[in-house]
Design a protein around this ligand. Structure first.
Ligand code: NAP
Length: 295
């Protein structure tokens, strides 16, 4: 079998198109566009690339962007003040503080300072808790994007065996919550899991969010499984430029799986599309109008 290649780029473009149309409706109705503030601290090249893409997507969606670029030496108190000011700014519906943060700043304190209704990353304990108990919340963008791809592929996830590899607060844990809510039977694996290949072999759905290049091999995959590869790993190449690979050995896994996301072009574009979606939803909730439909 050669697996279907799940086109995250096309799925993300479709979502961003719907979001842009609904941004126009919102602006007509409320008299201002939804607004997203991004906060970039320091000069980490990867963070700078991510934030640039998010700012570009905000403009393309017709939303108001408020880009803040702060020095790596910023104190925790000064950063918390920036967040507090963004919380109070009525033009802003979403606040995204790009992680990781410099060592003098406690990321948990920063996340806890963001107003939960503006927490478009979905990392605030209020949003994490609401997701866990099945209440409406703002859901972390990457796992939400993965779920969207899975539902587009499989329609109904009820009763399927899902194995999530990784238990981070930003990907693995919320992914597990989303799959439980879809009535999948969920196993969360991590670095202490015994015989990981055997655990993964049980899975109808594999979500790999580990950060280890091509760790998941083809012979770990159950024939006909759907594989979502969240990993983004740069490996060295002879020309010195490096190459992006996922956490799954794509060519091997594609021999066995029914469908699989490529890296790049799979989960990555979905993350930004879901950020746009979350900002639009946050704007609706803050304006006291029902969530936009079809997203
Ligand atoms: P993370 O916080 O480093 O978590 C990695 C998880 O993998 C941990 O739970 C860890 O287990 C587990 N792990 C590590 N080695 C393992 C092993 N040998 N066997 C089984 N599990 C193992 O990473 P993250 O933030 O969740 O990100 C994971 C990957 O996704 C990274 O490559 C990252 O770049 C990528 N990512 C992509 C997007 C996107 O938009 N596509 C967004 C976010 C992240 P322990 O808990 O036991 O340490």
């Amino acid at each position: 079998m050669t697996a279907r290649r799940i086109d995250g780029k096309a799925a993300a473009a479709a979502i961003r198109e719907i979001v842009a149309a609904k941004v126009r409706d919102f602006e007509q109705r409320i008299g201002r566009p939804p607004g997203l503030a991004t906060v970039l601290i320091g000069e980490d090249p990867a963070s700078a690339v991510y934030v640039r893409s998010k700012n570009r997507a905000t403009a393309e969606a017709g939303m108001a962007g408020f880009a803040h670029s702060l020095p790596n030496t910023i104190s925790e108190a000064a950063l918390l003040q920036v967040v507090t000011d963004l919380n109070a700014d009525e033009r802003i519906d979403g606040i995204l503080v790009q992680l990781p943060l410099p060592s003098q700043v406690d990321a948990t304190r920063v996340i806890e300072t963001i107003e939960p209704g503006k927490d478009v990353d979905g990392f605030h304990p209020v949003n994490a808790g609401r997701l866990a108990i099945g209440l409406p919340s703002l859901v972390p963008c990457t796992p939400f994007g993965c779920l969207h791809l899975l539902k587009a592929e499989l329609a109904n996830l009820a009763g399927l065996e899902a194995v999530v590899i990784g238990r981070s607060n930003i990907v693995g844990k919320p992914m597990a919550q989303l799959l439980i809510a879809e009535s999948a039977t969920v196993t969360v694996a991590h670095s202490k899991t015994r015989d990981l290949p055997a655990v993964v072999r049980r899975a109808d759905i594999v979500v790999a969010a580990v950060g280890r290049p091509e760790m998941v091999r083809g012979d770990w995959i159950k024939p006909g499984a759907t594989v979502i590869d969240v990993g983004i790993n740069r490996i060295p190449t002879e020309d010195g430029k490096g190459r992006l690979v996922g956490d799954v050995a794509y060519d091997e896994a594609a021999e066995v799986a029914a469908a699989i996301t490529p890296v790049p072009g799979g989960v990555g574009p979905m993350t930004i599309a879901m950020l746009m979606r979350n900002t639009l939803v946050a704007a609706h909730r803050r304006a006291g109008i029902p969530d936009p439909e079809g997203l």
